[in-house]
Design a protein around this ligand. Structure first.
Ligand code: 2RA
Length: 336
């Protein structure tokens, strides 16, 4: 298979290389693309060096079977035609196409079949916070439809990219060394702080990140569920966390939820409060699964449940989810 990675130097681009190698994805030929800043760099994949080519409007994607794209929304929009015109399946990590009717928005554990119909050759990867939430909610939805979701996120620096992770580490050092703290990738100092803003504010005073959770969840779960999200950037390095309150149509017991989640793909249940066992971002960082715990009845709502989860934003929240979509297409014979 001819595989392309667009945005190869970014945090997600680098994770694509690791995930493809670890999962032994059938790569016969690999092409790396990037901006003028990253063109010319070399990266190693399975012992071979590959040079990043400049992404431009030409025929470089002729013969490419699948392109994993993570270079930002404007690059995705600008180069979608270039990437797909010779038949490549474009799996796009940006928000550019997620809510378009003719672009499926896919989390394989929830709606893999949606990937089969893609008139524009594009499949969108949802936002990381949505992905890790719906993986945990899908098995509960099968017990009783979910009417309402309230969620507070605790998002790691990794969500803002590799340079932002670096900035958090630098800021920590600057604080500890008594130096001036430099702020560039975040709206405020993140070190020893929390910022109740991820992405920009929209007209209703929710941020774009919060509205993504509202709209994307409905599209993936094929449901008119309403989600009210508060998204917060916290000073952890990678792996997002979420506290979720859901309201189901009929009451669902904690035991039924635990057993559904234990049997569900992509989830590790860590829910043993008596022994202080619950998911934490340090433990889920670098791992594939979404970790779920603290499952309990909502004291304020007889049809309500509360749960806590952590999931690696770069992995399941981005690169791994995209690769799993491609693996599904191979399984059903839509990618050779
Ligand atoms: C963030 N969700 O954490 C974003 C990345 N897609 O900033």
């Amino acid at each position: 298979m001819r595989v392309a990675i667009v945005g190869a130097s970014g945090a997600v681009g680098q994770e694509f290389l690791r995930v493809l190698a670890e999962r032994n994805f059938p790569v016969d030929e690999l092409l790396l693309f990037g901006s003028p800043n990253s063109a010319g760099r070399t990266y190693t994949f399975k012992g071979r060096d590959y040079e990043v080519k400049l992404l431009q409007e030409n025929d470089d994607f002729r013969g490419v079977d699948v392109a994993f794209v993570s270079a930002g929304g404007s690059a995705s929009k600008r180069y979608a035609e270039t990437i797909t015109k010779h038949g490549a399946v474009m799996i796009d990590n940006s928000s550019a196409f997620r809510m378009e009717d003719d672009v499926p928005l896919v989390v394989p554990e929830c709606n893999a079949e949606d990937a089969l119909t893609r008139p524009r050759g594009i499949i969108a990867n949802p936002n990381c916070t949505t992905i890790i939430m719906v993986v945990a909610l899908k098995p509960i939805q099968a017990l009783s439809p979910i009417k309402r979701i309230r969620v507070s996120t605790y998002q790691a620096a990794s969500g803002a990219g590799a340079a932002a992770m670096q900035e958090l580490q630098e800021q920590c050092r600057q604080v500890l060394d008594g130096e001036e703290v430099k702020v560039d990738k975040f709206p405020h100092q993140l070190a020893f702080n929390m910022i109740p803003q991820v992405d920009v504010f929209t007209d209703n005073d929710y941020t774009k990140e919060e509205m993504k959770m509202y709209y994307e969840t409905r599209k993936i779960l094929h449901s008119d569920v309403k989600t009210s999200a508060s998204c917060v950037r916290v000073p952890s390095l990678r792996s997002h966390s979420e506290n979720i309150w859901i309201e189901t149509e009929a009451p669902v017991s904690v035991e039924a939820v635990r057993s559904a989640l234990s049997a569900a793909p992509g989830i590790t249940l860590v829910d043993d409060p008596a022994h202080g066992r619950y998911p934490m971002p340090l433990e889920s960082a670098g791992r594939d699964d979404v970790y779920v715990g603290r499952i309990r009845q909502d004291l304020a709502d007889p049809c309500g449940l509360t749960l806590w989860l952590t999931g690696d934003q770069i992995r399941k929240g981005a690169a791994l989810n995209a690769v799993q979509i491609a693996e599904y297409l191979i399984k059903v014979g839509q990618l050779k």
